[in-house]
Each structure stands twice: as structure tokens, then as C-alpha cells.
Design a protein around this ligand. Sequence first.
Ligand SMILES: Cc1cc2nc3c(=O)[nH]c(=O)nc-3n(C[C@H](O)[C@H](O)[C@H](O)COP(=O)(O)OP(=O)(O)OC[C@H]3O[C@@H](n4cnc5c(N)ncnc54)[C@H](O)[C@@H]3O)c2cc1C
Length: 357
Amino acid sequence: MKFLHLRERQAALIQENQSLRHLNTFGVDATASYFAEIRQESDLQSMTDALANQPTLILGGGSNLLLPKKIERLVLHNCIMGVEVIRQLHNEVVIEAGGGMNWHQLVLWSLEHGLGGLENLALIPGTVGAAPVQNIGAYGVELKDIFESLRAFDLQEGKFAEFDHRACQFAYRHSTFKDESNKGRFLITKVRLKLTSREHQLNTSYGAIQKVLAEKGVSSPTPSDIAGAVIEIRRSKLPDWRQLGNAGSFFKNPIIPEAQFEEMKVRLAPTQIPSYPAGEGLVKLAAGWLIDQSGWKGKRKGDVGCYEKQALVIVNHDNATGEEILAFSKLIVDNVEERFGIQLEREVNAIESLLTE
Ligand SMILES: Cc1cc2nc3c(=O)[nH]c(=O)nc-3n(C[C@H](O)[C@H](O)[C@H](O)COP(=O)(O)OP(=O)(O)OC[C@H]3O[C@@H](n4cnc5c(N)ncnc54)[C@H](O)[C@@H]3O)c2cc1C
């Protein structure tokens, strides 16, 4: 892959052999053959020739990606910043944020401006532009609950496209951007979110949030109180990726038909299986519990491990490669399937063809 016929501007944007070790939260050593920082939308337009003919990889904060040692692609690092209020009507405030902005910084910005809606999603790593890709969610709230629309650059067609709520087809840790036909095709440059300025619709349904608020004696919480509680809970449960490389939950919580769940209950009695309603005739299971029950919590193979406090998190103890982490995760999948007849699906994004070459 060579970028020989680039105009001057393109050549200035694209670097060769860039290390991504500090650009992924697993902290794996990965090198991109070609790398470009996208600082404004016009950077993409000026690169359309290069983009149309090259395999690319879109990189945000690298907090939900498993990278191979060598990435023979043009990596596009989204660095489009900025946030502004674009519409305000009564209680509703619509903001537009650059896709490269850090998600938690956006949450803090909203709280500083007295806005509600993002508080339960505090401290999720990564960028604003990646948030719609898997419809990030935590503590009873998902991005779809406050999403208005987004703007993305179609790398195939070389032009911008708008997506409203419906077009994004949000589901649990899913959107149209993860569909096979769209994967890696749209680079999200701007995201618009619908927040509240006064009558906030606060979600304190999670017992852990209620407990922290009660301990602090808060009976009428503000969005900042809830964000504070969420931050406290998250810090106590998840490893800090700066100290112990990880990408949060490695697997999705499986959703199975009720009939299958009933059969499991009979088979595993008297063991109690944690479960949550997931819509008509469906049950959501806790992937962490299934992994823990399969004996993986705290296990280590070389530098890859299953986090000792939360089995859903795979960690890089030091110098693990993406290839080793993927192989370890496959052992977990096989074991859980053997024991429970349930196939775990990966939440973390990985280009398997690059990792298994
Ligand atoms: C400690 C920890 C805790 C976490 N907790 C949660 C949680 O509670 N809830 C949750 O939902 N997630 C959680 N995550 C996962 C992760 O933070 C989110 O998925 C986040 O949105 C990823 O953002 P990113 O910028 O790092 O994306 P990256 O990892 O860089 O990319 C993720 C995927 O999105 C694509 N992508 C990235 N940017 C764009 C863009 N601008 N346009 C189009 N595609 C793009 C990439 O190609 C890749 O396929 C956690 C991760 C960690 C490390």
C-alpha cells in the first residue's frame, strides 16, 4: 500500500509507521502503516482520493478496540473538537460536539452548564464520535435516550451524510454503524444531543446509585450528584486502564429466549442465575457471571488475564499482544459455550483478519 499520487496537502496529513501503543486502552503495541489526524471536516474532503482506494481504520480513543501488531491500513484518528449549543427551546437544549472530543469531558461540560441527560454516562472512556457506534450505555441510560442526530463522512462515497435517530437503528450495544455493510464506512464527525436545562429526567433506578446518594444524605439529586455517584461506583469496580490495560466489558451480556432460560434453570438448579427482563419473551444474562462460573475470574495466561474483581474485563498485565488477547478470549467463549450452551458475543471491536494472519 503506497500513497504515491497524493496532492501536497494529503502528503502532509499522512504519516508512516506510527505507533498506537498510547492510543489504545489495552496498551498493546501496534503500528499503523499509515496514520492521519483528522482535525477538521475539511481534512477528510482533502483526502478523498486516498480514502476511496485504501483500506482504513477509524480510531477514536482506542477504548473499545483490539489492535493487531501491524495494521496495514490508513488509520484515521478523529481529533475534531469543540462543543456548542445549537438550539434552545424551553426545557430542551440541543448541543453539537466534535467527534474527537473526549466523552467524559463532554459530560463534565454539560454539568458545568447545568444541563441534564449525560450524568449516568460519566467516566465512560473514548470519544464523542464513537459513542453512537455501539450506543454506549451505563446505569440505566443509553446514548439513544438523548441522541438527536449526527453527521458523518462516507469514506466510500467521499461525501458527508446526516443520520437521524431512526437511521442509526440503535439497539443494545449496537447501531447501523456496526452492521456488516456499514462497518468502517462512516467517520462520525459531529454528534447532536438533546439535553434538559431545568426539568431533568433523572434515572436513579440502579441500586448502587441510590446507595451512594443515601450515604451522602442526598434526597433530591441534581445531575451533578448522580454523575458524582456514578464516578465513585465506576472507580471502585473497574480497573484504571492507565495502570492495567483493558477495554471495559470484553463481551456483551447475552440475550436469550425465555424458554432457553427456563431450561437452564432446571438444568443448573439449585444455582440461582442472575437475569434481567430484556423485552417480550427475552431474558438478559450477566456475561461476567457466566465467565466467573466457568472458573475464569482472576486467571492469567502469560500477560493476558481475566480481571480478579470483574470477570467481564480482560486485562493486559504488561506486554500482551492483540493476538494473545484474542486467543485468550476465544478460550473463554469455548468454555462458556461448553458449560452453558451460550455463545458469548464480543463487545470489543477487532479486525479478526488482521489479528489472525
Ligand atoms: C474502563 C472502560 C470502561 C468502559 N465502560 C463502558 C460502559 O460503561 N459502557 C459502554 O458502552 N462502553 C464502555 N466502554 C467501552 C468504550 O469506552 C466505548 O465503546 C467508547 O464509546 C469507545 O470510544 P473510543 O473513542 O475509544 O472508540 P475506539 O475504541 O477508538 O473505536 C471503537 C469502534 O468505533 C469505531 N469508531 C471510533 N470512532 C469513530 C467515529 N468517529 N466514527 C465512526 N466510527 C468510529 C472504531 O473504528 C471501532 O470500530 C468502556 C471502556 C473502558 C476501557
